[in-house]
Design a protein around this ligand. Sequence first.
Ligand code: FES
Length: 361
Amino acid sequence: MRSFFNSLFGGSATRRVVEIQPLGKTIETRPGQTILEAALAQGVAYPHNCTVGTCGSCKTRLMQGTVQASSDFGYTLSKHELEAGYILACQAAPRDALTVVEIAAPAADLRPAEVFDARIVSTEALTHDILKVVVRTDRPVMFVAGQYASFTAPGLPRSRNYSFADAPQRAGRTSLCFFIRKVSGGAFTGALFDGALAGKPLKLEAAHGAFHLRPGNAPMVCIAGGSGLAPLLSVLEDMRMRRVRRPCVLLFGARTQADLYALDSIRGIANAWGESFSFVPVLSEEPASSDWTGARGFVTDAIAQAGSAVQWPAAQAYLCGPPPMIDSGIDRLLGLGVPLDSIFYDKFTDGVPAVESLKAA
Ligand code: FES
């Protein structure tokens, strides 16, 4: 009888307690309620941003208990993070009477996203399938280097996410640059590459994402694939402008020489870096007969040699690109001795429907 009344009136049979470390806070969740929902409702300042399982801001280690996942954590977290017990608090509802979680390293002070009116003011082909797109907004957009914006266009079914390619400005930016890769069959990029979005009113929601520079003096190894160069350029240009001086190796994976772009921007950053900076482009499909004398193969195969002077256990790694590149890169970096909690990444995907709000490559 007691358990009957408990389940009717929310007694101990349905009471789920969550201890949140390192905050030392305790909250209660209702059945089916996520840790993030409950924490915010009970006044706990839990890191979050997208609330839909795509940005990684709420990454949390599950120390005790089990949770029901409302989406696959693996779309956002790496397999190593999953193996280490990380979950996404915005997608995890506790199942047990007691759950203990530990918030991952606190993110930068990220602002809540806002919606802006926006128009495309110019486009420029960087490669055969990547456009540089400049967008103007109705008011300044504040973001942290490495974050992304979500675009909605009239008549198109869903929003698309693209990383800022410029460094932020203290008072925000109304002119914003993105590198957008054409997705086969993609409605948004199809319209964009056809010129159908030029001058059209768009909605831009920003800023999203937890990919950003972490503090410290650690040497940096940055690995970009395709349009994944955008957030890394934003981070590096922001560091250059703020005169943050740290040794840096930037690897950029592309198929052929024709797929390399933004080389002038990289050269400008390197020339003004103030510390050691090496840039290593790596081509995976460059014809053997070409004049290319640089690295060949997959970009992740080149990490060890490109970073031969790096003290790996003390390094921080930043990766942006397609999921196989990220997973392979994390494997390589862990093998070299980079700690898992010093590896930060932003997975880009072509956006199959099941993960439509993940970032498009
Ligand atoms: S807030 Fe949980 S993944 Fe974005």
